[in-house]
Design a protein around this ligand. Structure first.
Ligand code: HT7
Ligand code: ZN
Length: 879
């Protein structure tokens, strides 16, 4: 297939003002009658008579008429990707098209499909064309009226976008219908319908200007009680968007529906968000604190799209980060204000480094705003989402909170109701600040993670210091030489007593106090009033998505861990210290004494932090979670050998745990449960700390550690503790391993969400038997290859969450994944191509593993039937 290029963008030749859909739901023959009012686009550049080309895929066309007159071939033509009307009228006209689709056979989960008996739809990015023929592109905004008809017995609930207008039962009382109207013009990707037998949790919300909104969360019968947290999160999000960004909700109803079969997390359809039920349903017994947090942030994310994405949408799919990066930034801010800002920042940066950095350093690297794609579904990436959010955050760092808000206000005022570009967005910040953002735009157009190599010298006599920053950006496909980017580098100099020095910037540009402007390949700064040798605190609060290197001794890192007033950087120092210690063990001639000395020094620094009464539990938990095997592996860009890193990691962690034995015992005892479960941040922080202590203690691998672990599981009164213990015990050869795994299964086998935890725990185990276990679990009666959550829980957890066993030296992990990708691809290309992402860093593996991974990828590439989704990913990997 030919790539789509940003440079080829043209405004549409035709516009569609109104859409009237009549959808008669049926499992195998859903009939869609669509009436479109169409006109020439006055803005279109071409003057010649333009044929009308509508997108359409996997549709059975029954009839087509124009202005009430039936069309016959050759007045129209259809092919695999759409319908063409060669000579449409010059004046506005009405097109009526009847098509039939088959929801039951729809395993790709795009368009209309059935999920455990519930009809639902997924249109982003290009699913609407699987419902009816349409100009399925985001810059065609139309007003929709939808009549939905279905069996009363199987689909008593009928929902669509906008406000309800009418509903009635049809003669015979077997069928009924509902009519919905959405007054806000929207692109087709935001269209949604739901029909099914669902239970409702309802509530209301009154907006700041007094509009009463009916809120509904629809879930499987019997699960209503598990939707309260999502409802609470929704109301808090609605209020937060009013206070922080002045954004109010704009319809009479806001509905959320939870379904079990869903390609991603959730979807922001106007007034009718559809969610993966994993991100709605929670109770103390069934959901972990991490799930509670995810529900809160994803409910907020989808709600925030109402303004950033729906009211103002993307001109074309290249601009995806316009809505996604901005909305992730907004949901991160919401979570930061609902919980601990520092812990939120640590979580977000961990995620960026774990997912986006490897993407940006491997064959799938692409700019935040890509300029070419083959399959747009492949671009819902960590780069577009998470790096996109970092780019927005840098704008805030450069402008400060108030000016940033002024820029956002201007954006909403200027572009409400439009489909716009990144240039339009950034222009709003330039206009409110009079700053020039032209160099900053490179963040959107150049791929790769900038490396800042820093050097700090100190002149005691002159009481001055000099900082030199060299910036490099590695070449990536198509772009050999890249231009330096504008980096806001937040910095402090710590004095002998650990306090921030009150230095002056005598050379180089300071954007705002404590934030330096890095503009060139080499940027120099000179600081005055530096009274003693400073320890630099660089990239505070992770002020830009870059890698920074500077020569710091272990003592400097320990000093930063104790004193830095930026708590993010204290955590950063601790993380760096541990990762670096583990890496030195890899090349050590006499590893044993080295482990002991490295662990002793690091443990002393960590202990100091753990005993600090000013730090909260959630933060201490982050310190205690040492960098993972995957984190340490990323520090090496070539010849990565996961087995060697795993061994070094185990030795170091075990030794740290030994040194900290008393402290960990204290922490574990102090945070013991007994209180009633509450999902609030403080209680979750306490559980996180206790579980982090448990993990570290388990690394020692002594009998008493395994006994403690089993007791932790058996005595757990919530899923956070139970799941944590399950994952740990599944990972070791503890005597109680089998019985705990069996117990968990018996307890939760009837809960399709909780049982995913059981699949994942086994898939992530570093034990040598894991691949065999995973293969066996693929034939388990509760595993279903057509259900994305199951595929992610088992195959995804193995490929993405088990660096040791996926990267087995014999290549069997790679072979397994390749085989599964091919099987999944035949059913659901979107899910299959995401699984291929597990190979994204294969080029940095040591040669044997690298060749085996490459051979597995080649087998995928050689398959005769491969989707466009997988074809694009595998070709980029093998390029
Ligand atoms: N905007 C949505 C992204 C999305 C999606 C969701 C569900 C299924 C398929 C999908 N393709 C794209 C979700 C979001 O980022 O908010
Ligand atoms: Zn989104």
């Amino acid at each position: 297939p030919k790539p789509v290029l940003l440079a080829d963008y043209r405004a549409p030749e035709y516009l569609i003002d109104t859409v009237n859909l009549d959808i008669a739901l049926d499992p195998t023959k859903t009939r869609v009658v669509s009436k479109l009012s169409i006109r020439r686009n006055p803005q279109s550049k071409s003057t010649a008579k333009a044929p009308l080309r509508l997108d359409g895929e996997l549709l059975h066309l029954e009839s087509i008429s124009l202005n009430g007159k039936k069309l016959r071939r050759p007045a129209y033509a259809i092919d695999d990707t759409g319908l063409t009307i060669a000579s449409p009228p010059k004046e506005p006209f009405t097109l009526e098209v009847t098509t039939v689709v088959n929801p039951e056979k729809n395993t790709a989960l795009q368009g209309i499909y059935l999920s455990r008996g519930v009809y639902c739809s997924q249109c982003e990015a290009q699913g609407f064309r699987r419902i009816t023929y349409f100009l399925d592109r985001p810059d065609v905004l139309a007003r929709y009226t939808v009549r939905l008809e279905a069996d009363v017995a199987t689909a008593p609930v009928l929902l669509a976008n906008g406000n309800p207008v009418a509903r009635a039962t049809l003669p015979g009382r077997k069928r009924h219908y509902a009519v919905w109207h959405d007054p806000h013009p929207k692109p087709s990707y935001l269209f949604a319908i739901v029909g099914g037998d669902l239970a409702l949790l309802d509530s209301t919300f009154t907006t700041k200007s007094g509009r009463k909104v009916d809120l509904g969360i629809y879930v499987e019968h019997g699960k209503e009680a598990r939707a309260h947290w999502a409802m609470d999160s929704l109301k808090r999000s609605m209020r937060w968007d009013e206070t922080r960004f002045g954004r109010e909700y704009d319809l009479d109803v806001f509905n959320i529906v939870a379904v079990s079969d869903f390609n991603m997390g959730a979807m922001e359809n106007k007034g009718l968000n559809i969610f993966n039920d994993r991100l709605i349903l929670a109770s103390a017994e069934t959901a972990t604190d991490t799930t509670y947090e995810s529900i809160e942030s994803v409910v907020a994310h989808e709600y925030f799209h109402n303004w950033t994405g729906n009211r103002i949408t993307c001109r074309d799919w290249f601009q995806l980060c316009l809505k996604e990066g901005l909305t992730v930034y907004r949901d991160q801010e919401f979570s930061a204000e609902s919980r601990s800002r520092t812990v939120q920042r640590i979580t977000d940066v961990r995620q960026l480094r774990a997912l986006q950095f490897p993407e940006d350093q491997g064959p799938l690297s692409h700019p935040v705003r890509p300029d070419t794609y083959i399959e747009i579904n492949n671009f819902y990436t960590a780069t577009v989402y998470e790096k996109g959010a970092e780019v927005v955050r840098m704008i805030e760092t450069i402008l400060g909170r108030e000016k940033f808000r002024a820029g956002m206000d201007l954006y909403f005022e200027r572009h409400d109701g439009q489909a716009v570009t990144i240039e339009d967005f950034v222009a709003c910040f330039a206009d409110v600040s009079d700053l020039d953002f032209s160099q900053f735009m490179r963040w959107y157009t150049q791929s790769g993670t900038p490396e800042l190599v820093c050097d700090l010298t100190f002149d005691r006599r002159k009481k001055a210091a000099e900082l030199t920053v060299h910036q490099t950006l590695k070449p990536s496909h198509g772009k050999a030489k890249k231009q330096p980017q504008f980096v806001p580098l937040a910095i402090a100099l710590l004095g002998e007593n650990g306090n921030e020095m009150d230095f002056t910037v005598e050379e180089g540009k300071e954007i705002r106090p404590g934030v330096l402007a890095i503009t060139d390949r080499t940027t120099k700064f000179r600081f005055g009033n530096v009274t003693s040798r400073p320890v630099p605190s660089l990239l505070r609060n992770f002020s830009a998505p870059v890698n920074v290197t500077i020569a710091l001794s272990d003592d400097d890192l320990a000093f930063t861990m104790h004193h830095d007033s930026d708590l993010f950087n204290r955590w950063q120092a601790s993380n760096k210290y541990a990762a670096r210690s583990i890496l030195t063990l890899l090349d050590a001639k006499r590893p044993k004494p080295l482990v002991a000395s490295k662990a002793a020094k690091f443990a002393a620094a960590l202990e100091h932090a753990l005993r600090n009464p000013d730090l909260d539990d959630a933060y201490k938990a982050e310190l205690l979670k040492l960098p993972s095997v995957a984190d340490v592996s990323r520090e090496k860009s070539v010849r990565v050998d996961h087995a060697a890193i795993f061994e070094a990691h185990r030795a170091f962690s075990g030794a740290v745990a030994e040194k900290l034995a008393d402290t960990l015992d204290d922490v574990y005892a102090r945070t013991s449960n007994g209180r009633k479960f509450s999902p609030d941040a403080k209680s979750a922080g306490r559980r996180a700390l206790r579980n982090a202590a448990l993990s570290l203690m388990t690394m020692r691998g002594m009998d008493e550690d395994y006994t403690r672990l089993e007791t932790h599981y058996r005595k757990s009164s919530n899923m956070t503790d139970a799941a944590h213990a399950l994952v740990l015990i599944a990972g070791v050869d503890a005597p109680a391993r089998e019985s705990v795994i069996q117990h968990f299964f018996e307890r939760w086998k009837d809960d399709h969400l909780v049982i995913d935890t059981w699949f994942s725990a086994q898939a992530q185990s570093p034990r040598a038997e894991t691949l065999d276990d995973v293969k066996a679990l693929c034939t388990h009666p509760l595993f279903k290859i057509t259900t994305p959550n199951k595929v992610r829980a088992l195959i995804g957890a193995f490929a993405m969450g088990n660096p040791l066993q996926f990267n087995r030296a014999d290549g069997a992990g790679y072979d397994f994944l390749a085989e599964k990708v091919l099987a999944i691809d035949a059913l659901n290309p979107q899910v299959a191509s995401r699984m291929l992402g597990a190979f994204r860093s294969y080029r940095s593996l040591e040669p044997k593993r690298k060749n085996r991974a490459k051979a597995a990828l080649k087998r995928v590439a050689d398959a005769t039937h491969l989707s466009r989704d997988c074809r694009e990913i595998v070709s980029r990997m093998l390029e």
